[in-house]
Write a protein that binds this ligand. Structure first.
Ligand code: TRP
Length: 336
């Protein structure tokens, strides 16, 4: 079985619809025919200043949501990044291999550091993609399911892996970005030409999956559409309606053409009500399950401990191989 690895940051109080349809849904599909490793990348979240209580809460919340959305801890390895110290250890090794200029070319770093200004940009934001490369190569992952915006980071990972292998001997599997073309690209409800994102200007265009049915129905009903009347998929002329059709189709599992014919001759109002119904009924059980999981923290931590053990076994082996290839002298101390 091919191995996949992916990670998600615990930086919000809820995943939004774009996170789910653009990424997590694919993670769920991949766990059935891949050896899948998924982690909540809490160390990456330290690159933006967060209140400790908030980070703690969001990390558990992220894990609970992933399970509620369909990740099965018996089918995949679900863990928290900071539980496996080898991420930082391999991260350092890769930092010593990456060029400063190479890291400086990462567009996500340029965007994020520009936004926050030079004196508020931490070094960790600069080395962020190198830690990400460690996340991936520690597990010898073949595929990395990510959105288009992560392509450059996967390219960097490949470059670092190839460089290491050619300098020190075959050590790392060179991963491929697994950017699923059919994955639904979900746009902002208020700005249907821009991607739905947690950093969007206003929250009214973003569907948080843990929000109440009322809030989400209201957001959908006030989604920006065009002045026409026809429910028809046309990304250029009707980006708002097309976005709602994409959302409906992805969650109801119906063809877009089928939905179009259902609403032929009906107005946008009816259509929006139907989309609201599809979205809220899809996520109601997810919200309930997430709350159940969070209400028994000891049980949730036990699930994550099971993941940590599986992850650590692989990570420790890769790190030992890496240290040995580099000529780092192993100590005579035996841990276990
Ligand atoms: N940088 C990724 C994002 O923002 C998150 C991430 C961290 C990741 N480590 C990873 C994704 C490893 C894939 C593999 O979406």
């Amino acid at each position: 079985m091919k191995r996949v690895l992916s990670g998600i940051q615990p930086t919000a109080d809820s995943f939004h619809l774009g996170n789910y349809l653009g990424a997590v849904k694919q993670w769920v599909d991949l766990q059935s025919d891949h050896d899948a490793f998924y982690c909540v990348v809490d160390l990456h979240a330290l690159t933006v200043e967060t209140d400790p209580e908030v980070l703690r809460k969001r990390t558990l919340l992220a894990a609970a949501q992933l399970i509620a959305l369909g990740l099965d801890p018996d089918k995949c390895t679900l863990f928290i990044q900071s539980h496996v110290p080898e991420h930082n250890q391999l991260g350092w090794v890769l930092e010593c291999l990456a060029g400063f200029g190479e890291a400086n070319r990462m567009t996500q770093f340029k965007d994020k550091s520009q936004k926050s200004g030079a004196d508020r940009t931490v070094v960790g934001l600069f080395t962020y993609p190198i830690l990400q490369a460690a996340d991936i190569m520690l597990y010898q992952a073949n595929r990395v399911p990510v959105g288009e915006d992560q392509r450059q980071h996967i390219e960097l990972t490949r470059d670092l892996g190839q460089r290491f292998n050619s300098k020190y001997g075959q050590t790392f599997t060179i991963p491929e970005a697994h950017i699923i073309k059919s994955a639904a690209k979900i746009n902002d409800l208020q700005d249907p030409n821009a991607k739905m994102s947690k950093s969007s200007a206003s929250s009214s265009g973003v569907i948080d999956i843990l929000d109440s049915a009322e809030v989400n129905a209201k957001k959908i009903k006030s989604a920006v559409t065009d002045a026409g009347k026809e429910v028809k998929f046309d990304e250029k002329e009707k980006p708002g309606i097309s976005n709602l059709l994409t959302i409906h189709s992805a969650l109801s599992n119906r063809a877009i053409s089928d939905i179009e014919s259902e609403f032929a001759g009906k107005g946008y109002g009816d259509f929006k009500s139907a989309v609201a119904e599809v979205v809220t009924s899809y996520f109601a059980p997810v919200k309930k399950r997430t709350e159940e999981l969070l209400s028994d923290e000891a049980h949730l931590l036990k699930i994550l401990e099971q993941g940590r053990q599986k992850a650590r076994a692989v990570a420790a082996e890769t790190l030992a191989k890496t240290y040995s290839a580099l000529g780092l002298v192993p100590s005579s101390f035996k841990d276990k």
